[in-house]
Design a protein around this ligand. Structure first.
Ligand code: SF4
Ligand code: FE
Length: 484
């Protein structure tokens, strides 16, 4: 079964025995939970679209490992064309879900692991690359969704992993056995973990020799003994629990999710370990993963941005303000910003190059520039959307009031915009803007734009490293005819 249908995916999740907590309670049925279901629907879309002939080219790929047709989310990229298609696929998914569809973190982890394991083996004569390829076969054959888990809690940011007062603040090996290792620690902000079959753990930063026990990478099923998850709250999340809140949700079908994932002495068998103490390679893995995920944001955020720009244009139309020149100009500005992000996503992909292992990596400088822009432009796009929408996007009454026999007609009468559009439709588009800028989807579109795939400073460090200032100084000296 190289490609699962959306329904088969849902059924496969039902078979998992996840340990999930939310609002202080253990969640027995994760799949049908009304708060979590929209996030699963977003991942399901990655399966649904792969079944459609019109999206086959973007959504599927031919595996160079097995030769099978696979979902592109499980692809190891072997050309710049693959890298470009990845970004286009992510834009498409953003457009269809208007939220974080979660499956990219695993894809980005696969590609960074693929090349890093190859290079570790080449230097140290280990056997990680073959192991990783065996793991990828399993992922491809079962069309798994895999959570790529990188971010540790990190405690005191001024101290390295092994110097923390509590040694578990970075995930670490606590026991080494003949048949594998036992790990303890946590990963924070885990996107899509409850909708994933496997969790692929990586170290969170470059490491020194004394941090050997922290330089660990592996994959295990998400329902492995000792793993449990605590769901992160989102703004307005409990609206999803209300009956008849369809209008108030803005996006009733899709969403994202993040969780704190705790590894409470989890056993990892040898064949699932892809880095184990080789501290000198932790930085390579982190840098490559971050690069791929910074590329990703040039696709997913752009797709969600498309929905937001469309919502703002509709809000203007429904308000009767679409012809105002400043409104038109704001929509142009939003489009310009959004397409600039896309241009960065495509550019870093087109300028990709093969690693020693043969798979392709993005241009790291351009990928970091892409993500640096993502830490800014969506905020400006949201600001302009709010400007166009007007205050009603945060002061509109609830759906229950709107449907109320007595007061409903007054809401209908006084909150109307242009007479050709119903008050209900006007309120619906304003709620979608609210959802994207302040509600549940704001996690994915706003704050994640800032901190996801690394906070702004992380990109600035990479930009400084990749910017090649020496070369630029040489150019200037030559033109100015400076001889030393
Ligand atoms: Fe994919 Fe974007 Fe969500 Fe990351 S933030 S998992 S790239 S949709
Ligand atoms: Fe993310």
């Amino acid at each position: 079964m190289a490609l699962m249908t959306g329904e088969e995916y849902v059924e496969s999740l039902r078979k998992l025995n996840l340990k999930v907590y939310m609002f202080g309670e253990f969640i027995e049925n994760v799949v049908d939970n009304p708060i979590l279901r929209p996030s699963m629907n977003s991942v399901k879309m990655t399966y649904d679209l792969a079944q459609l002939p019109e999206h086959e080219d973007l959504m599927t790929a031919t595996s160079l490992i097995t030769g099978n047709k696979i979902n592109r989310f499980n692809n190891i990229h072997f050309s710049t064309d693959d890298l470009v298609k990845k970004v286009k696929m992510q834009r498409l998914l953003g457009q269809k879900t208007a939220s974080c569809f979660q499956r990219c973190v695993g894809m980005d982890a696969f590609n960074s692991q693929y090349s890093t394991t190859y290079e570790i083996d080449k230097t140290l004569k280990t056997n990680y690359h073959q192991r990783f390829k065996e793991f990828m076969k399993l992922v491809e054959e079962n069309d798994y969704t895999v959570d790529g888990a990188m971010t540790d809690p990190k405690g005191d940011r001024g101290l390295p992993p092994s110097q923390q007062v509590d040694p578990d603040l970075y995930l670490r090996v606590v026991e080494r056995r003949e048949d594998g290792v036992v790990v303890r620690g946590a990963k924070v902000h885990q996107t899509g973990i409850v909708n994933s079959h496997e969790v692929l753990v990586m170290p969170t930063q470059a490491m020194k020799p004394e941090d050997k026990d922290y330089a660990i990478s592996f994959s295990v099923p998400t329902d492995t003994e000792g793993i449990f998850m605590v769901i992160g709250r989102q703004s307005c999340d409990t609206r999803k629990l209300e009956e008849n809140a369809d209008m108030d949700l803005g996006n009733r079908e899709f969403g994202g999710m993040e969780a704190l994932v705790i590894f409470d002495d989890v056993f990892v068998p040898n064949d699932r370990i892809f880095l184990n103490g080789e501290t000198e390679f932790a930085g390579m893995l982190v840098e490559r993963f971050a690069g791929y995920h910074r590329q990703s944001y040039g696709g997913c955020k752009v797709g969600v941005g498309d929905v937001l720009i469309g919502s703002a244009a509709l809000a203007a139309e429904y308000n009767g303000a679409a012809k105002a020149s400043h409104v038109k100009d704001k929509l142009i500005e939003m489009t310009h910003l959004n397409e600039t992000l896309y241009a960065c996503g495509i550019a870093c992909s087109s300028e990709g190059y093969p690693t020693d292992s043969g798979n392709y990596i993005i241009d790291l400088l351009l990928a970091n520039v892409c993500k640096q822009n993502v830490t800014r432009f969506p905020y400006e796009i949201v600001r302009l959307a709010e400007d166009i929408a007007g205050g009603l996007m945060v002061t509109a009454p609830s759906q229950d009031d709107f449907r109320n026999e007595k007061i409903g007609p007054y809401i209908e009468k006084y909150l109307v915009g242009v007479s050709s559009v119903s008050t209900e439709n006007r309120l619906r588009i304003l709620r979608l803007i609210e959802n994207l800028s302040l509600g549940t989807a704001a996690v994915g579109y706003r704050t994640e734009s800032m901190h996801g795939a690394g906070s702004p400073q992380a990109q600035r460090i990479m930009i400084a490293r990749q910017g090649n200032l020496q070369h630029k100084k040489k150019l200037a000296k030559r033109i100015a005819n400076i001889k030393e």
